[in-house]
Design a protein around this ligand. Structure first.
Ligand code: MN3
Length: 207
């Protein structure tokens, strides 16, 4: 994931009726596209920073030159978060976690249903815009959220770890179909999660 807009691994209408085609197209092309453009513009002035691996930049937000720090935090976060988010959805969801992650979720939260409740509460509890996350933190699964486009890889984040699952709860992610009903969007999202991707994220988080 470097500085390019990734193609979606499915057509814009593939997640209907849970997530509508118009939302997916605007979200991917306009929102994600703008984060990427703004990120590249910010880094242009600092080729030494631009040459670093993207994750290293996110892990060093506090060390960035001050004049681009906020721009990279917001737009770099936007680019990373959305690039992580798209493959976490699929029209062919298994509906439930698979593999080692399935075992770890049951072990940690008691059941998949208990996990869903806790994750949805984190997503509902994020005031304004942000993301809900399942992360690997100090050898365990932890649920939490970040504001705006912050993410758990950032040194400045209060919620740090290796992301396994992430849910965009910005209004731009759901407003066209669900208006103010974030809870309905979260409920619908369970139908389109790519648990095989989440399992891969889990396995690589432990390395
Ligand atoms: Mn978004």
């Amino acid at each position: 994931m470097e500085f390019v807009l990734p193609n979606l691994p499915y057509p814009y209408d593939a997640l209907e009726p849970h997530i509508d085609a118009q939302t997916m197209e605007i979200h991917h092309q306009k929102h994600h596209g703008a984060y990427l453009t703004n990120l590249k513009n910010a880094l242009e002035k600092y080729p030494d920073w631009a040459a670093k691996p993207f994750q290293e930049i996110l892990g060093s937000i506090s060390k960035l030159p001050e004049d681009i720090r906020t721009a990279v935090r917001n737009n770099g976060g936007g680019h990373w978060n959305h690039s992580f988010f798209w493959p976490l959805m699929t029209p062919k969801s298994t509906g439930k976690p698979v593999g080692k992650l399935a075992e770890a979720i049951t072990k940690t939260f008691g059941s998949f249903e208990a996990f869903q409740e806790k994750f949805a509460a984190a997503a509902m509890g994020r005031f304004g815009s942000g993301w809900a996350w399942l992360i690997w933190q100090n050898g365990q699964l932890v649920i939490g959220s970040t504001p705006n486009q912050d993410n758990p890889l950032m040194d400045i984040s209060e919620f740090k770890g290796r992301p396994i699952l992430g849910l965009d709860v910005w209004e731009h992610a759901y407003y066209l179909r669900y208006q103010n009903r974030r809870a309905d969007y979260i409920k619908a999202w369970w139908n389109v999660i790519n648990w095989e991707q989440a399992e891969q994220n889990f396995l690589s988080a432990q390395k």
